[in-house]
Design a protein around this ligand. Structure first.
Ligand SMILES: NC(=O)C1=CN([C@@H]2O[C@H](COP(=O)(O)OP(=O)(O)OC[C@H]3O[C@@H](n4cnc5c(N)ncnc54)[C@H](OP(=O)(O)O)[C@@H]3O)[C@@H](O)[C@H]2O)C=CC1
Ligand SMILES: CC(=O)N[C@@H](CCC(=O)OP(=O)(O)O)C(=O)O
Length: 349
């Protein structure tokens, strides 16, 4: 059976990546592409890399234009998805790349986003361990008709630390996470600090001091993984590259835990995963190796001097960090093979 899909935010970075992946998905037919200010234009003028779809007309993001599809992807600015989704029938599978339905805590939502909480949906990170028996979200997504795709930094951070927390190898408090992201993470809308002249050959932190809105989302996911009372310091940085996120996460080791035990836990968590790879010992991940693919690569070490576990992960913020994660979760929701349409490898050099 082929499913019809509408993709909203089709002219943006996240929507464009959803479309790129759907062009290679054998069971999804792209029926409608929507946006807002660019409605009426041809997609080829705005997403010139999507050759197959160049002639498609972009229409406005309205409930009428999104109606009648089996699947609707939302890749809209924060706060825009909830209103649109509420107008879609419950049987339509809605996959939201935005943040509107990621957080269970209304308090955290209001504190970090400053608007009314629209309620949480099933969270779309299939590899995430959600209870002490080691169950993953793979068991919770089949049949879901609403999916909240994780933020890009939370994807890299949760993949880095969830196995250690789930196995009780590290303390849930005093976690430190630093991530470097390519500038596409900020979207296409023009922002003065993201102009090429400002970002080329330069790196800078932002959202420093616990202010970034992904902090509660990472805490939530790590708490599901087994942390409870998780507290962390998260610092994002902008890196002079279009795509990719390198996350380095450290956590205090519980007494007596050595690197062999940690490595065993990560092998157990990810050994059979199609998209998450613990690299051979001594090989550290590079963002280049995952660009354009739905893969994540990790490496870990124990720092005996600091008594900390150090894990580095890499993802492509637009693929595993958004559109690839969205398609992976959609496949599970529809009962399709999880990897369908996601066969792409990284690109090099
Ligand atoms: N970039 C990334 O790496 C990631 C992004 N996301 C999330 O995906 C969503 C989209 O982000 P991104 O693609 O980067 O942003 P962009 O700025 O690149 O794209 C935004 C898209 O939304 C459309 N849009 C803007 N305002 C409205 C509106 N009022 N109604 C309908 N459509 C509107 C734009 O269309 P038009 O230009 O025609 O107005 C455009 O298609 C965000 O929620 C973001 O947080 C999630 C993870 C990672
Ligand atoms: C480099 C950069 O600016 N990145 C974005 C995060 C992108 C992402 O995952 O965003 P959502 O939670 O908005 O979906 C930021 O820090 O705001």
């Amino acid at each position: 059976m082929t499913y019809t899909a509408a993709v909203s935010g089709a002219t943006g970075y996240a929507g464009g990546e959803v479309l790129r992946l759907l062009c290679g998905h054998p069971e999804i037919e792209i029926a409608t592409v929507t946006a807002h200010s660019s409605a009426g234009q041809r997609l080829g003028a705005l997403q010139p890399h999507l050759h197959e779809l160049a002639g498609r007309e972009v229409v406005d993001t309205t409930a009428e234009n999104l109606a009648g599809h089996d699947v609707v992807f939302l890749a809209l600015p924060h706060g825009q998805s909830a209103g649109v989704a509420a107008q879609l029938p419950p049987e339509t599978v809605v996959v939201d790349a935005g943040a509107d339905h990621r957080l269970e805590s209304a308090r955290a939502w209001e504190a970090f986003y400053g608007s009314e909480h629209a309620g949480a949906w099933p969270y779309g990170l299939p590899e995430l361990i959600v209870d002490p028996s080691g169950r993953t979200q793979r068991e919770t997504l089949p049949g879901a008709t609403r999916i909240a795709v994780p933020g890009c930094y939370p994807t890299g951070s949760l993949l880095a630390l969830a196995p250690a927390l789930a196995a009780g190898l590290v303390e849930p408090r005093d976690i430190v996470i630093v991530s470097a992201s390519g500038t596409s993470g900020a979207g296409k809308a023009v922002k003065p600090h993201l102009l090429g002249a400002e970002t080329m050959g330069s790196m800078s932190p932002y959202g420093v001091g616990g202010g970034h809105r992904h902090t509660p989302e990472i805490e939530q996911g790590l708490a599901w993984a087994g942390g409870r009372d998780v507290s962390l310091s998260f610092t994002p940085t902008l890196a002079p590259m279009p795509r990719g996120i390198l996350t380095t996460a450290t956590a205090v080791l519980r007494p007596g835990v050595d690197e062999r035990r940690v490595r065993e836990a990560y092998h157990a968590a990810y050994g059979d995963e199609p998209f998450v790879h613990l690299l051979p010992e001594g090989q550290w991940p590079t963002t280049q190796s995952v660009l354009g693919s739905n893969h994540a690569a990790l490496q870990l070490a124990v720092d005996p001097h600091a008594g900390r576990l150090v894990v580095s992960s890499v993802i492509d913020n637009l693929t595993k960090g958004t559109a690839g994660g969205a398609v992976q979760s959609l496949n599970l929701a529809l009962g399709l093979p999880e990897t369908m349409g996601l066969g792409g490898q990284g690109i090099a050099p």
